[in-house]
Design a protein around this ligand. Sequence first.
Ligand code: CUK
Ligand code: CUA
Length: 639
Amino acid sequence: MTEKKTPTEATSEVVVPERTNSRRRFLMGAGAVVGTSAVAWPMAGCQPAAEPAATPTPAAAPAHKAPSSHVAPGQMDDYYGFWSGGQSGEVRIMGVPSMRELKRIPVFNRESATGWGATDFSKKLLGGRMAGDTHHVHLSYKDGTYDGRYAYVNDKLTARLARIRLATMECDKIVEIPNSQGTHGIFPQRHKTGLVLCNSEFRTPQVNDGRDMKDPSKYAAMHTAVDGETMEVKWQVMVEGNLDLCATDYEGKYSFACCYNSEGGVTLEEMMAADLDHLYVFNLAEIEKAVAEGKTITVGNSKVPVVDARGADSVYVMRIPVPKSPHGVNIDPTGKYACCAGKLSPTVSVVQIDKIADAFAGKIKPRDCVVAEPEVGLGPLHTAFDNRGNAYTSIFIDSVMTKWNIADAIDQYGGGSANPIRAKVDVHYQVGHTNASMSETKEADGKWLVALCKFSKDRFLPVGMLHPENDQLIDISGDQLEVVHDGPTFSEPHDAVIVRRDIIETIQVQDRKDERFAMYEAWAKEDGVELQSTNKVIRKGGNKVRIYITSQAPKFGMNEFSVKAGDEVQIIMSNIDNVQDLTHGFAMCQHDVSMIVNAQDTQSITFTASSQPGVYWYYCNWFCHALHLEMRGRMFVEA
Ligand code: CUK
Ligand code: CUA
């Protein structure tokens, strides 16, 4: 028998740590450089196995009233949550505040359910790569708020940026970022659907062809601009420091990137050495001017123009010194402040954005743009906002969310007596990202906050060696922070945005406006057929066979067809049902073929027919009808 405590027993043993007192040791004077005393802390946080239940930060007592997040059966949520999917390579859609998972959108991953990674279109986008690591998902903007058209998501693993068309919630574009590894922070411009800025976190030799491998002083990183409409890479800025998280202002003037490795180190110790690193500010107008005037280079095989901004501050880039190995940078909903979380410093550095022009002009020092540096807790990572002038910073090492007031932080920094800290709440445990409802827009509404916790430890039934993570929902509508929901998640959403539901308008049957339809139409034209009415086998010469087939519940348009052993078979299937949610699939036994075809959609998939002659059943693998099981047919593979 294991000696498991009931939740009640666990709660009764709660010893609330004296957080306030322990934090005093790290208090710093305004503008002071943080010492190295905080350095040891994150290491403890990185080794959760070494800190077992001996020092738990247990849950608050369970509330017995219905939580404010309760969404009754049959009721719908007020918000769409777009969660990145981490190592799964996907994007997830959650309902907020219920925290119910509504959909998974495959992006950089192979997914059996939909055939993503196997269909012709997805293979074309993926180019043979079948793994990804999505960290940051952001939506396209107009006039400082979401326009409901696109979501963008990074792939850290292969330095790519993908776009999801929100009408269909499907990925429609993927672009690879040249001269980059570890594409991490991304952020779209907020005044219109303009550029999507992408940071390479890992510095590499430029050109990375075997030269300078052992000389990290020659490594550099890229801040890359992708056109959010065409998804073409427009330009890159080369800088010496690594670039972590990204943000844009509300006016289209600047983009921001945190640099935690100003040392240019390649080992942990080297990267942590300096007490000050940088918040980079990119001057977009000056960069675009340089690109237009051809003051650029190219790097390696890439044709993308590169502005070389390595070294000192220039008209292109300014480096604002901030303590220490900073991580997240977030812009408040008024557009006035950039908040850069210290990670190895217990502070958030607040940059007043309208001072930046003077710093670029040399009238003030870059550091003079910092107007507050409140102490928020050990290991601050990311900051979200409400519509009442408050900020909410996720504190990794302390496992808390800290609510603080921006105006009071500025007052305190200027020598005033205000205490900016408003409230703290324990979260469970080791919170990474946080975000609040509409927080990344000028329409922040201060209702809900999520804390995406990296470890759940004792919060859920154990399920083997890997525990779920824990996405906690916090009610921020009052003065205090109230944790109202635990949401276990599988590997490993990093970030999320919470979007008012009226902004998103999806289609219920395919409108055939996706880019991939041009591909199907071209094939149909070549073969002289109509996609949505043709059931026909067309031999293309050699061993290539194209098969047009329709589906309408509960039947395929073709009951059987014949191919030869080893043929390259392309199935082009059109679902001609015109009914919401009437999805069919096409699955071919023993051939690794499985794909979804939604109402009025067309999809195609190519495979090699077995070398073993015989009967192979194909069937509909998405439930569509009482006779769904009978919706099948035979492929005859002839010798
Ligand atoms: S993150 Cu990607 S490694 Cu804070 Cu957005 Cu953690
Ligand atoms: Cu068609 Cu199931």
